[in-house]
Design a protein around this ligand. Structure first.
Ligand code: KG4
Ligand code: ZN
Length: 392
């Protein structure tokens, strides 16, 4: 296997969910191309990602997407130093398409293959962009909130000059991810998929204090199987928990709209929007009354408030010197505003990804692969897809 070096050109490939993506990144920081083929329109018909359809679409798109990324970057396969691919977490069949393609390409070209955790990719999207801005070098350790349709995780991230990046998972959702709550509440209200952008746009027109939502206190986690002391019964870990739970607020929204007689208006809205080609949040605005807009604003206000509380409490507990937010929900405008205000109040630097790098992309995979490339941490020949891959 070759050792890390060359001009540092890495082709990143991402296919963990409903985006087929390829990007060419030089030296872990210079994005030469970043191509994303989104399957949103396909899955929107079903109100969520259909795994079998996602795999087929990845298979259809992977070759043209990689070719587009290579053409836009104006490089040839021979110029590449390595191929990086998402190993997990994600949908098994979707991951297999990207991994199989990347393995075959690496083998055919005689180039090394790097396996990247999708969550680490989201973190490195922000780190890469922060490095590009002179004013935003992030002090370590960082507290990273990865908040997307599949994940709501808090990681304490640090860099060891010898072994590279280290992550400690200090919080995670015990049920739904925050993005999933946005998607499910949007669906309950007869809005489009994915729900986050719809709720984000509509919330600006409602009163965030109209409906009060509460979050249950999450019990401390019992130790995982790997750290159970067999002589003692499993007891909860000591100290505070920074875990999340978003299934309760979805149920609370459902109960609210059932008890406030909103169902027929929702069905009407769903029908009108379904008949519009490429309906957007702006099309839904005239179809929402004040009560609906207030409910949407209150839901978003509560979710963002909960994310802020847990993130900044964990930052205090672990003496983090900066905050990093990533994942699809990091695109949310209220989240960006309120997190920035809170960070400024606490005098903590904070970084978000650009909107293009908030949602799934392959530039983040190539960026996360760069330290691994330098450390010659190449993927084994028997690399498999790991749908439940953990970070930290
Ligand atoms: O990171 P991502 O593209 O895919 C996953 O790894 O899940 O995140 C997609 C999620 C969806 O749940 C979507 O509704 C949410 O990110 N999202 C948003 C916004 N834009 C996307 N949530 C809230 N506000 C937004 N503006
Ligand atoms: Zn993601």
């Amino acid at each position: 296997m070759r050792s890390g070096g060359g001009s540092g050109l890495i082709l990143g490939i991402e296919s963990s969910c409903d985006e087929t993506a390829a990007a060419v990144v030089r030296g872990g920081g210079e994005v030469l191309s970043n191509v994303v083929a989104s399957q949103i329109a396909l899955h929107a018909n079903y109100g969520g990602v259909v795994p079998e359809l996602a795999s087929r679409e990845h298979l259809r798109n992977i070759v043209p997407v990689v070719h587009a990324a290579m053409t836009q970057a104006a490089v040839t396969f021979a110029d590449l130093d390595a191929i990086a691919v998402t190993e997990g977490p994600g949908l098994a069949g979707a991951l297999l398409v990207g991994i199989t393609y990347a393995k075959a390409l690496a083998l055919g070209l005689g180039k090394p293959l790097l396996a990247v955790n999708h969550l680490e990719g989201h973190i490195h999207a922000v780190l890469m962009e922060a490095r590009q801005r002179e004013d935003a070098r992030m002090p370590l350790p960082l507290l990273a909130l990865v908040v997307s349709g599949g994940h709501t995780h808090l990681y304490l991230a640090d860099e060891d000059p010898a072994t590279g990046w280290r992550y400690r998972n200090v919080g995670r959702t015990v049920d739904d991810a925050a993005g999933e709550a946005f998607d499910k509440v949007a669906k309950l209200l007869g809005l489009g998929y994915p729900g986050g952008p719809w709720i984000d746009a509509l919330a600006a027109h409602g009163n965030p204090r109209a409906v009060e939502f509460h979050f249950a206190q999450i019990k401390p986690r019992a130790p995982g199987p790997g750290i159970v002391n067999k002589k003692a019964p499993a007891t909860p870990t000591e100290g505070p928990t920074f875990d999340f739970s978003f299934s309760g607020i979805k149920t609370a929204v459902l109960r609210y709209l059932q008890t406030h007689g909103m169902s027929s208006a929702i069905e009407e809205r769903r029908k009108v929007l379904a008949e519009m080609p490429n309906a957007k949040a702006a099309d839904a605005l005239p179809l929402c009354d004040a009560q609906t807009l207030d409910l949407i604003a209150s839901f978003q206000f509560a979710v963002v408030g909960n994310l802020i509380r847990q993130t900044f409490s964990a930052a205090g507990e672990f003496a983090a010197r900066g905050i990093l937010i990533s994942g699809g929900v990091a695109a949310n405008s209220e989240l960006r505003r309120r997190f920035s205000e809170e960070a400024a109040r606490r005098n903590l630097p904070i970084a978000f990804p650009s909107l293009a790098l908030s949602t799934d992309n392959a530039a983040m995979i190539a960026a996360a692969a760069w330290p691994k490339f330098l450390a010659c941490q190449f993927a084994p020949e028997d690399l498999v897809a790991t749908p439940q891959l953990k970070l930290g």
